[in-house]
Design a protein around this ligand. Structure first.
Ligand code: FES
Length: 129
């Protein structure tokens, strides 16, 4: 783990340190558990803001124990599954684009996935040159 990563987590309010008289940072042992959870969450693509919220709700002074981690990871599993479903949907839509290259606002569902104007009958091709 890089020092800059620890400083970043600290600036984000995810961990805390004490300063020595020489202004060096010292981390409490409990910070290791928080960092472990942060790293695991990052590997799973969980936003740091979500992690910060979860830490704020921990009863144990913000230090996740095994039970906390089980609860957090179970909650995040649903988020990960939603993301997987979105990516699968995106992949399936991309399939028609492979080798096409038209990038048409009128016909490409990948370039123009939420064509609200088109659904209302307003041709989105008006935006094309
Ligand atoms: S690039 Fe042609 S349909 Fe998407």
């Amino acid at each position: 783990m890089t020092v800059s990563a620890l400083h970043f987590y600290e600036r984000q309010g995810l961990i805390r340190s004490e300063r020595t008289s020489g202004n060096q940072r010292r981390y409490d042992r409990s910070v290791l558990r928080r960092v472990a959870v942060i790293r695991a969450a990052q590997r799973a693509g969980i936003p740091l803001a979500t992690v910060a919220t979860a830490f704020g709700e921990l009863p144990t002074d913000g230090v996740p124990d095994q039970e906390d981690w089980q609860r957090l990871s179970a909650a995040w599993r649903q988020e990960i599954e939603q993301r997987i479903a979105q990516l699968e949907h995106l992949r399936d839509r991309l399939g028609g684009c492979i080798g096409c290259g038209c990038l048409s606002l009128a016909t490409c569902g990948f370039v123009n996935p939420n064509d609200d104007a088109g659904r209302r009958g307003v041709p989105s091709t008006l935006l094309e040159p």
